[in-house]
Design a protein around this ligand. Sequence first.
Ligand code: NAD
Length: 502
Amino acid sequence: MTTTPVHLETVLHWIDGAPAASSGAETAEIPDPATGRAVRAVALGGTDIVDRAVASARAAAGAWAATPSPARATILLAFRALLVEHGEELASIITAEQGKTLADARGEVARSIEAVEVAASAVQQLKGEYAEQVSRGVDTYSFRQPLGVCAGITPFNFPVMVPVSMFAAAIACGNAFVLKPSERVPSASVRLAEFLAQAGLPGGVFNVVHGGVDAVHALIDHPDVAAISFVGSTPVAREIYRRSAAAGKKVQALGGANNHLVVMPDADLDAAADALVSAAYGAAGQRCMAITVAVAVGDVADQLVAKTAQRAEAFRTGPGDAEGSDMGPLISKAAVERVRGALDAAEGQGGRVVVDGRAAEAPGSGYFIGPSLVDHVTTDSKLYRDEIFGPVLSVVRVDDLDEALRVVNASPYGNGASIFTASGAASRHFAHHVRAGSVGINVPIPVPISWFGFGGWGDSRFGDDGLNYDAYRFYTRGKVVTQRWTEPRRGVRPNFVAAGSQ
Ligand code: NAD
């Protein structure tokens, strides 16, 4: 934390439909990960700014909830059109602060647009059920209503997609929203807020506060915030879940991951190696659904390692906006040190570093490290157990599918898992028995389209409902109405009786 040098533009909060400054002067510098140089600064808010944002959201929530859902959808569709029109600009903002390649950033924008499309159909998601004549002249129906003010706390690795997947659903359901994006990638959120305002969203329905732990705690502890959505690392997710639940809030807290891809002896090994390299090193491994472990079954390992190594060596590391880069830098110098440390430890614990990202030439002074492939990794090693969140793929060798499943299912995380095989029976067995929220069959990163729910098992998610399609349940609460409009009167009946005799 520092006082901003005068030459750096400061990213402001967004409250009541307009930019807002904090009363204090506390800011953090935001480096471009490709150069390590500060490109702008961000205001760091605490309780004061959170109070202002929540008050604005609370004031707007009632009228927004009363706005007919098709009218809310019209605004979301206008927002979608702005995302399409400004997709390239958003991708550039993502790349400048997060570091991923422009092609990958464009993919993130495309998935965000998809989430808005689902949100625009929220009339469907909010529909209830109706049971006629549950007693004489009595019908029962159910529907869902918004919660009021919801808050989202998001990670650095998807500066657009994760926030959009939260707030598009929350707003579509009739809630007001306060977003606390990662302080490392703050600019995209403010641009999204501008697009929402341009699309016709009333002031106060969507607010952005920047900050760190203080802002997060202020949001969780605020009595006017009804629900907390969190996406980030597992230790923080666990703590957010505890604190929110203790405050009596609805909470969903998605955490970290270590995702496995099982390669069966009958798999197309070239397709599997392509998938491993894309899923392990794409976005420099900074995806919660990155594949971090290849589980090589039977005699497939030597060939698989050779094919994967060949591709990893050809994978080009460079600035995200440079032509030909397959992956960009990591988010920080500390992240590079963490990856280096994990590789050093792996060597000491029996791992064989086949492709060594530490040796890759780093372009300039950015936070670069090349792709690494480590064979013969054991499940008790640090490299295997920790979430490294960098471009490192471990290979674990097993004898058969049952052993592969035992390895995958012993992981405390359960975000995603994939299998590559030519066997329908093996893939069905895997899909049925694997402990993970998203499963891939001959697909490297099984992130479902937004029309399905998304969220892991185990330490990858605390709380019940996930994101995307599941979020419509999270951002609403149910009400069940039992009604009678018919005569005759039945008189006073003091006893609790079976429905049919009422
Ligand atoms: P992080 O946990 O460090 O930070 C996430 C958010 O929490 C940020 O907004 C940050 O300001 C805030 N925060 C950080 N420490 C906090 C604390 N002690 N108390 C309260 N708030 C705190 O995560 P990150 O490094 O920004 O993101 C990477 C992590 O997110 C990885 O672990 C990745 O697997 C995970 N992730 C998970 C999913 C998923 O769907 N499960 C999706 C994307 C990222």
